[in-house]
Design a binder for this molecule. Structure first.
Ligand code: 3PG
Length: 306
């Protein structure tokens, strides 16, 4: 059986080796397609494989149609909005993610972006400290929880809002649970986004929510660009000269943002929250193990299209 490692943005070399070893030890054959530039390369590569490991790579109905032997796709990471789950189910393909495996890496980058904002984009001028500032964590999943853990070390006052996580779970970790997103944004100077991109969350971070934030607000987005209403963010930043937006998912209107909001807007050139050797290793090897465990033992523990 063939397992394709399909990564437009490659894993670290050592992680690829580790993934290949897991696949080979199970008597299967690893195949690698990295840094592809055309969809036709993907459609060609998936033809003969039973399993695929992806990152943010798109697996839609066209890819599933081309992958005639496919049984399982594992997203080495958390968010699986890049996979058409209904089409996968219709093709009888199991889809899994690897929750928690890359969350420390994303959380460290979120804090790094906060420091970058507080120190005026490292321009040498006098900045501020994170210590004593109010941080709002929007969604308290694996990444949000790690952000809270690290932010405690910075001495931040930590708040969280999560529509699904019970307040007791949040409060047990020394974080103040708030009962709405509105309350979170009204309370916190720093807000770090950790919501997935779903029909409910897309475009939900809009003008009316963001205008609640206090003076010198900083919004950090290491989640998904789709959750931001980009046009309204521009309007808000025009109206609020102290507002800063830092992200590692480049928005569609990046050029406009660079031009309009110098020293108030920053985006990494490529999504890189989970781009560490450790996270690649953890998520990639977990994905390989989950594929073997499914193909050999039928284990569906991490299936997301049940
Ligand atoms: C995730 O959902 O796991 C993160 O956004 C990481 O995505 P990436 O694998 O494309 O870096």
């Amino acid at each position: 059986m063939k397992v394709l490692i399909l990564t437009e943005k490659p894993f670290a070399k050592e992680a690829v080796k580790g993934i290949q070893q897991v696949i080979e030890a199970a008597g299967m054959e690893p195949v690698v397609l990295e840094k592809y530039t055309e969809k036709s390369q993907v459609l060609d590569a998936v033809k003969e494989v039973e399993a695929i490991i992806i990152r943010s790579d798109i697996v839609d109905a066209e890819v599933l149609d081309a992958a005639k032997k496919l049984k399982i796709v594992v997203r080495a990471g958390a968010g699986y909005d890049n996979v058409d789950l209904d089409a996968a189910t219709a093709h009888q393909v199991v889809v899994m993610n690897t929750p928690g495996q890359n969350s420390n890496a994303v959380a460290e980058l979120a804090l790094g972006l906060m420091v970058y904002a507080a120190r005026n984009f490292y321009d040498g001028s006098s900045g501020t400290e994170l210590s004593g500032k109010k941080l709002g964590i929007h969604a308290y999943g694996n990444v949000g929880r790690n952000v809270a853990r690290i932010a405690k070390g910075f001495g931040m006052e930590i708040y969280a809002y999560d529509a699904f996580c019970p307040a007791e779970v949040i409060e047990k970790e020394g974080v103040k649970a708030l009962s709405s997103a509105e309350e979170l944004y009204s309370t916190c100077q720093y807000v770090s986004l950790h919501i997935p991109a779903t029909d409910e969350t897309k475009n939900s971070i809009n003008y009316t929510l963001l205008e609640r934030m206090p003076e010198k607000a900083v919004l950090i987005n290491t989640a998904r660009k789709e959750v931001i209403n980009e046009a309204e963010l521009v309007k808000l930043m025009e109206a609020r000269p102290g507002f800063k937006y830092l992200t590692d998912i480049m928005p569609k209107n990046h050029e406009e943002m660079v031009e309009k909001f110098q020293k108030r807007y920053f985006s990494t050139p490529k999504k890189m929250g989970a781009q560490t050797a450790e996270a690649n290793n953890n998520a990639g090897i977990a994905a390989a193990n989950q594929i073997v465990d499914y193909l050999v033992n039928g284990n569906t523990k991490f299936q997301v299209n049940k």
